[in-house]
Design a protein around this ligand. Structure first.
Ligand SMILES: [Ca+2]
Ligand SMILES: [Ca+2]
Ligand SMILES: [Ca+2]
Length: 468
């Protein structure tokens, strides 16, 4: 009896023996592959032409409401406009053209033109933001002094945020001059560079968020955040930044920092920081129903996540990977999940050990509040970038982490349910990955991009049901 009690105490006071075992499979029940599938019709909306015999690696799609055009980018630096009916595709600018002196670095799989955004006043003649748009790109030019450094010893390339100003915002091709550099980031590793840049699409003129640019900046790269940037409030890496691109009160004077940003005026912090503790914040969006911002954050080797983002939030990385304490690339600690007070935890997670995947990285996000496609109404829609799997959960009853609520979306191809990768393989038989991205327009239409076949697919209502 005494021995039994003694040994129980031993276990209780020596947690190292079992509590720190790294787990590579935190969610042992796979994502439901069959039940709850939503099948959606689609059309091949537009096709971006090949360059030098290669399909464009399509990365981002946004709507410019005043000129009533969509814009889509390729990783090499080309930006195209697409008419809203999809019938006309026009090269708008190639930011890698020699005359701009940008020098887009698009050689590595994670390098290139990461994102772009139009100022909400782009089409409003006479307004301060008239004609202005922003590109966020990796560059081979590492001569200029960087605004942000990681503390690492290498400088593999730089990532720059550039402001372009068109003379005529409705012109078919960009007609302005060379870009103004807003900031420059010296990258310590080739991977983890992006991020999205975007204006809060719900902010109207006169509201505090109007005209402020959100910028995702990954943790610098390698694996495990070796420079511990994401939790360091004195580093721009591993953050979502928020700046006023038309302002001047930053250290360089080239952009502004909103006075109500959460770390403004606090010692040893960067005023640009809106939220921190992210690893590779690929995409963010706002829910038009309640204004909540969400980020799709790519995990290390175990957990992908979608998390809400609020001003000043700590999303956990590199102490936490999803709901679990990050131990190493080999795994997470399953003991005491979500146990650090004050952190923001994921609403949706899935792990890398799942039969649906081989390589894994989350992307998204669309919160579908339109009526056009009934079965997608009020669903939070996201996907897995390499596999091209599309998923949905109930946007009005979000889970508190984990993958049990995740259900699939499949595409209706003349009566057959198909994945995006299956559709791509009909054009590119040897494609092993989709490299999925989403785009939305001002009407909330949902577009599907990939880096393999140049086709922009538009999700549509089934022809024999509700009209669109
Ligand atoms: Ca699993
Ligand atoms: Ca990097
Ligand atoms: Ca997190």
């Amino acid at each position: 009896m005494f021995r039994f009690i003694f040994c129980s105490l031993c276990l209780a006071v020596s947690p190292i023996a079992h509590a720190q075992q790294p787990s590579a499979d935190p969610f042992t029940i796979p994502i439901e592959a069959n039940a709850g599938i939503i099948t959606v019709d689609f059309v091949e909306f537009a096709r971006i032409p090949d360059t030098n015999g290669e399909a464009p690696r399509l990365m981002h799609l946004v709507d410019e409401p005043r000129s009533q055009r969509l814009f889509v980018s390729a990783m090499t630096g080309a930006l195209y406009s697409v008419s809203r009916d999809g019938k006309t595709v026009t090269p708008f600018i190639d930011i890698n053209a020699a005359k701009w002196g940008v020098g887009v670095q698009s050689k590595g799989s994670e390098q290139g033109l990461q994102s772009f955004a139009f100022h909400p006043e782009f089409g409003q003649r006479g307004a301060p933001g008239y004609g202005k748009f922003y590109t966020y790109t990796d560059t081979t030019n590492i001569t200029p002094q960087p605004d942000f450094v990681s503390g690492g010893s290498e400088r593999t390339h730089d990532t720059v945020l550039l402001e372009w100003t068109a003379k005529n915002a409705e012109a078919a091709n960009y007609d302005g001059g060379a870009p103004k550099e807003l900031f420059r980031v010296a990258q310590p590793f080739r991977n983890h560079n992006g991020g999205q840049v975007g204006f809060n699409t719900l902010a109207t003129r006169g509201s505090p968020d109007y005209g402020l640019l959100y910028v995702g900046l990954a943790d610098g790269g390698s694996g495990g955040d070796p420079l511990n940037t994401a939790q360091n409030l004195n580093k721009a890496f591993g953050k979502i930044l928020r700046i006023d691109p038309l302002g001047t009160n930053s250290a360089s004077g080239k952009y502004g920092i909103p006075a109500f940003n959460p770390f403004v005026g606090k010692p040893d912090t960067l005023g640009e920081i809106f939220a921190y503790g992210v690893r590779n914040p690929q995409r963010f969006t706002w829910d038009s129903k309640n204004g909540t911002m969400y980020v799709a954050e790519i995990g290390q080797n175990q957990v992908e996540e979608i998390s809400p983002v609020t001003s000043g939030a700590n999303l956990g990385w590199n102490k936490w990977e999803g709901s679990y304490r990050y131990l190493s690339r080999e795994g997470v600690d399953l003991e005491n999940p979500r146990s650090e007070p004050g952190l923001t935890w994921p609403v949706i997670e899935y792990d890398h050990k799942d039969p649906l995947f081989t390589r894994v990285a989350i992307t998204g996000i669309s919160i579908y509040r339109q009526n056009a496609i009934r079965q997608l109404q009020n669903r939070l829609i996201f996907g897995d970038n390499p596999s091209g799997e599309l998923f949905h959960v109930n946007a009005d009853n979000l889970p508190q982490g984990g993958q049990s609520a995740i259900r699939r979306i499949l595409l209706n191809d003349k009566g057959q349910q198909k994945t995006l990768l299956q559709l791509i393989r009909e054009k590119k038989p040897h494609a092993t990955r989709a490299d999925l991205r989403f785009g939305t327009d001002i009407q909330g239409r949902l577009f599907i991009l990939n880096k393999q076949d140049g086709v922009i697919r538009l999700l549509v209502a089934a022809k024999n049901t509700a009209s669109n």
